[in-house]
Design a protein around this ligand. Structure first.
Ligand code: KIV
Length: 265
């Protein structure tokens, strides 16, 4: 398989080929995920919840993210590695530049930041310094206290319009990818069509350019409640590698996500 690049992702958006992203936190997961044809590996700060057993992503540190990014980069084959900047790691542009440099030096090829238009100057500065970015909009788990829980975002007209405008401003500032989490399907469709950069969705319906899931969720290893947007690919697979291959095939063919995995306006 050819190495995923920003250029190949853009080409996929332009030709309508869907791309895939799964989280990984260690070398073995990264090897399995990438060798089954996943385009992007996300070293997500979800590791705080699924690997460390914490209640939210807020306690995750830069040290954690650097460690797991290093582990993932040792197992990766051809996927593009994207790593999360954790809670309060981008409170000033200078702090963000330093933290992004640390993630890139650990093996990330793209950094992910949670937040809207207030990050435009930072995104512009990162882009000028050669750091590609993915901007995470909608349900941003690092702000869960502010959002009052893990809820679908952009359901009313005002917040939907604000998200559309955030997406446009961030793309203009130089964001290379956008990620929409728990956003009504029609709003995610509108945002994906209105920006030139690739848009990844989770709980955002089937009309985004790519799809992401947390590896443990898609392998059926959830403890507690299974979110509506998750499909257990292990239910019909013999091995985890086969489950990942089914995820890739289903996203590419448009079979996943199905309407029941999305949210109405
Ligand atoms: O940290 C993470 O795994 C994420 C995904 C849920 C998109 O941000």
């Amino acid at each position: 398989m050819a190495k995923t690049t920003l250029h190949s992702l853009l080409e996929m958006k332009q030709t309508g080929e869907k791309f895939t992203c799964l989280t990984s936190y260690d070398a073995t997961q990264a090897h399995m995920v990438s060798s089954q044809g996943t385009d992007i590996i996300l070293v997500g700060d979800s590791l705080g919840m699924v690997a460390q057993g914490k209640d939210s992503t807020v306690p995750v540190t830069m040290e954690d993210m650097i460690y797991h990014t290093r582990c993932v980069s040792r197992g990766n084959t051809d996927a593009m590695i994207m790593s999360d900047l954790p809670f309060m790691a981008c409170s000033t542009p200078e702090q963000t530049y330093q933290n992004s440099a640390a993630l890139m030096q650990a093996g990330a090829e793209l950094v992910k930041l949670e937040g809207g238009r207030w990050l435009c100057d930072t995104v512009r500065g990162l882009s000028e310094r050669g750091v590609p970015t993915c901007l995470h909009l909608g349900l941003t788990p690092q702000s869960v206290s502010m959002l009052g829980g893990y809820k679908v975002q952009g359901r009313d007209e005002e917040s939907a319009n604000r998200m559309i405008e955030d997406a446009r401003l961030l793309a203009e500032a130089g964001a290379n990818i956008l990620l929409l989490e728990c956003v009504p399907t029609p709003l995610a469709r509108e945002i994906s069509r209105s920006v030139d950069v690739p848009v990844i969705g989770i709980g955002a319906g089937s009309d985004t350019d790519g799809q992401v899931l947390v590896i443990y969720d898609m392998l059926g290893m959830t403890h507690g409640r299974k979110p509506r947007f998750v499909k257990d690919f292990m239910a019909t697979a013999n091995t985890p590698a086969e489950a990942v291959a089914s995820f890739v095939a289903d996203v590419k063919s448009g079979t996943f996500p199905a309407p029941e995995h999305g949210f109405d306006a």
